[in-house]
Design a protein around this ligand. Structure first.
Ligand code: HEM
Length: 403
């Protein structure tokens, strides 16, 4: 188990009545991200990236050029024509997992931009990904055991770099609405990092504390996250009911879900470790999301599932202090989920209000000014996202050991 830096300062304790009484840091998020040292928290470095590379070898220059220029190409509606002119490159010159992960990141962002360049529910018609993009994206995905779509592993885990040796962080690839997106990606990354020491109650509290920064990340004045770019996949999506044809790969359309932090390994690992049992419907969705994790991450979660039950061990020990420690972990996880619901509620409410008032700002993403219908509609096999999120939070609470 990875731990926080030895001798580091512990995060402030979460007081009773926790979730909304978070010890909110005084610093603002941009400052935090600049220093990447969270005060009161032992974190001084993010987790190991899936790739420490930020550039692909020279033959892949055409991909990198487009990827680095995505915000401008999408905003000016020129991305599709640039993709059409891209040479078809084979993935076979990519060496090792790091280059493959970086290539997956680059190709998945280009794909999302290509499909949703016009924003809203207007995907390309007919929904076909051109061969020069589809074939290498497929090859890279096959080599990594990842689906050919932007997933949490690309969006967050592979998409950060240090600006300098002091640890200043930045994203590698961005989209329109860059400042807001950057905050969102890096906060999510830090939540992941904070959760790593995990099975100790401090791990989840720390994650909760870092999570509290998300609000300020999303409040950035230039900020509008474009949910279509990030969250929309081509499974259960009314804009692409049949899925997407990967030209040169398959004549039949293929369906994949969009990126979601539900694909993050950490919460799955906590659930398995603490023996949390979600409803059948929620479990089906969450287990489906495991197929969007890098295979070693998925194997890790399954390994915890197969291990002897921690809950059973605590129960049979009859040790009151052990039970109390276990319950603090479960409560911290439930609090994390409560806080997440607050954030999602605010985000959707704010985005909808902004859309209603028609207050999209120049430089916002192409879907700016439109309600986040992608978020409202997507997700959990048709049920509304909030009933899913609340159900998952409530079943977490049911994991408490009652005296
Ligand atoms: C504006 C910010 C955010 C929004 C709008 C948002 C939205 C959502 C939505 C709609 C879902 C439902 C599943 C789906 O449809 O994909 C979800 C699930 C989830 N999100 Fe977020 N999310 C945000 C930030 C975060 C962050 C920073 C994390 C931290 C890692 C996170 C972690 C999760 C997890 C773990 C789930 C799965 C449900 C669970 O295990 O409780 N989210 N989110």
């Amino acid at each position: 188990m990875l731990g926080a830096r030895a001798g580091g300062v512990h995060p402030p304790p979460i007081p009773a009545g926790r979730s909304l009484a978070l010890p909110m840091p005084q610093e603002n998020l941009p400052e935090l991200l600049r220093s990447c040292v969270l005060p009161g928290c032992a974190l001084t470095a993010p987790p190991s990236p899936l790739s420490t590379k930020t550039e692909l070898p020279a033959p892949y220059g055409p991909w990198m050029e487009i990827a680095h220029d995505l915000p401008r190409l999408i905003t000016s509606h020129r991305l599709r024509s640039h993709v059409h002119q891209m040479p078809q490159l084979s993935a076979r010159h990519l060496r090792g997992r790091e280059e493959l992960h970086l290539a997956h990141l680059v190709l998945s962002f280009i794909t999302m931009g290509y499909l949703w360049q016009e924003g809203g529910s207007r995907s390309v018609t007919p929904p076909v990904l051109p061969q020069n993009l589809a074939v290498p994206f497929w090859e890279v995905s096959q080599a990594l055991g990842l689906p050919p779509i932007l997933s949490h592993a690309d969006f967050v885990l592979a998409n950060w770099r240090r600006k300098n040796p002091n640890g200043n962080l930045d994203t590698i690839i961005s989209l329109p609405g860059a400042e807001s997106l950057r905050g969102f990606i890096l906060v999510t990354l830090l939540v992941e990092k904070a959760a790593v020491p995990g099975i100790k109650v401090g791990g989840c509290c720390r994650a909760l504390w870092v999570f509290a920064h998300l609000e300020s990340a999303l409040r950035h004045p230039r900020g509008v996250l474009d949910p279509h770019m990030l969250a929309c996949g081509w499974k259960d999506n009314p804009a692409m009911p049949g899925g997407l044809v990967y030209e040169g790969v398959s004549d039949e359309p293929l369906a994949y879900s969009g990126g979601s932090a539900a694909q993050s390994t950490v919460l799955h690992a906590f659930d398995e470790l603490l023996g949390i049992r979600h409803s059948e419907e929620s479990t089906a969705f969450l287990h489906r999301m495991r197929h969007y994790m890098p295979p070693p991450h998925r194997a890790f979660v399954e390994e915890i599932h197969r291990a002897p039950s921690l809950r059973q061990h605590v129960l049979s020990s009859g040790d009151a202090r052990l039970c109390a420690a276990f319950n603090r972990c479960v409560s911290a996880l439930a609090d994390f989920r409560s806080y997440h619901i607050t954030i999602v509620t605010k985000y959707i409410a704010v985005a909808a209000a902004k859309a209603k008032a028609g207050r999209a700002e120049p430089g916002d993403g192409p879907a700016a000014g439109k309600p986040p219908s992608a978020l409202e509609a997507k997700g959990t096999g048709g049920s509304h996202i909030f009933s899913f999120l609340k159900s998952v939070r409530d079943t977490t609470r049911e994991g408490l050991i009652r005296a």
